[in-house]
Design a protein around this ligand. Structure first.
Ligand SMILES: [Fe+2]
Length: 323
């Protein structure tokens, strides 16, 4: 016990022995007041000297306090770090989930576009019955050439859609002209020459199809710019690199498939024969770079002619496009 407490107790005992209860009460109250105000401590210190070095800090105290502060700060930072780490992990998980949903929606949209393009391609094949599955084969051949030329996934997808629909404008050409096995007359060629333009006007109503539409519109342009005056089937609106690359690629793919397919007036030719014919038109009818890509892709082009329903290659190609 603190000596002051003992002193206070002794004093209280002494006072309590006094018979005058009133005086005892007054003294007790005074003593309590002195004790409460701290004056009693000062009196005791003056009379007996300090019994406890209250207020004098040990030199270890600031060190201990500093250590405690640092430990508290460290603990706080650790807790904050854990909290932030958990927040970042939660946000990352949320973003990953959102990306997955977005990617899924994009894939769904891409698949819808592809199916719509297939449906339009099939429409013209029903009308132009000599060319069964022509648009799908042209799309696969164009994809092979585009990939060889280093096109990116989005460009390949646009190319693929454009190739599927390249002849959609033939819905505006009479069945008699489409079915004719013999060489067309000048008037029939004139009508046939309009099909890229008709295709363009059909797709003009579809928002977001501008690049696809350009492929359809220019797929019969010649690299050397020779127009319909010399070559009656070609519109002759653009030449060289002014022709969109997708259209230049589809021009080669279209011819490649025409040569390697059976027609009423001739049997299908081999891939090597088709490439030799295309090579002969390098720099005149066709873009030299596309012809070079075709020559370097002979094996892949043979694969591209395989029935799409049975071909793993076809499924892989869709996967590569991002569907
Ligand atoms: Fe065409």
């Amino acid at each position: 016990m603190h000596p002051l407490e003992e002193t206070t107790a002794d004093y209280a005992m002494a006072v309590s022995r006094h018979r005058d209860q009133k005086l005892v009460s007054i003294l007790n109250k005074g003593l309590l007041k002195l004790h409460a105000s701290g004056v009693l401590n000062d009196l005791h210190a003056n009379w007996f000297g300090p019994t406890l070095e209250v207020g004098r800090e040990s030199p270890l105290v600031p060190i201990l306090m500093g250590a405690v502060g640092l430990a508290t700060l460290g603990l706080g930072l650790l807790v904050l770090g854990i909290y932030l780490e958990r927040q970042v992990a939660r946000k990352t998980a949320e973003l990953t989930e959102a990306n997955k949903l977005l990617s899924h929606e994009q894939q769904k949209l891409a698949k819808m576009l592809l199916n719509a393009a297939r449906a339009l391609g099939v429409t013209i094949e029903i009308k132009d019955f000599n060319t069964g599955n022509h648009s799908q084969r042209v799309a696969r051949v164009a994809y092979v050439l585009g990939k060889k030329m280093g096109l990116r996934e989005k460009e390949l997808f646009t190319l693929y859609l454009g190739a599927l629909m390249h002849d959609i404008g033939k819905v505006g050409v009479s069945d008699a002209i489409l079915a004719k096995a013999e060489v067309l007359s000048a008037e029939e060629y004139r009508q046939m020459r309009f099909h890229p333009e008709i295709g363009d006007s059909i797709l003009r109503n579809v928002e977001g199809y501008d690049e696809v539409r350009e492929i359809v519109l220019y797929h019969h342009e010649r690299w050397d710019g020779e127009s319909h005056l010399r070559y009656p089937a070609y519109p002759g609106w653009r030449c060289g690199s002014a022709i969109p690359l997708g259209a230049r690629i589809v021009a080669v793919a279209d011819t490649f498939d025409a040569i390697t397919s059976d027609r009423p007036y001739r049997a299908a030719q081999t891939v090597s024969e088709a490439l030799a014919i295309i090579k002969a038109c390098r720099g005149t009818q066709f873009d030299p770079a596309v012809v070079d890509a075709a020559v370097l892709s002979a094996d892949d082009l043979r694969q591209a002619l395989v029935n799409p329903d049975d071909s793993d290659y076809y499924k892989n190609m869709e996967k590569n496009i991002g569907l």
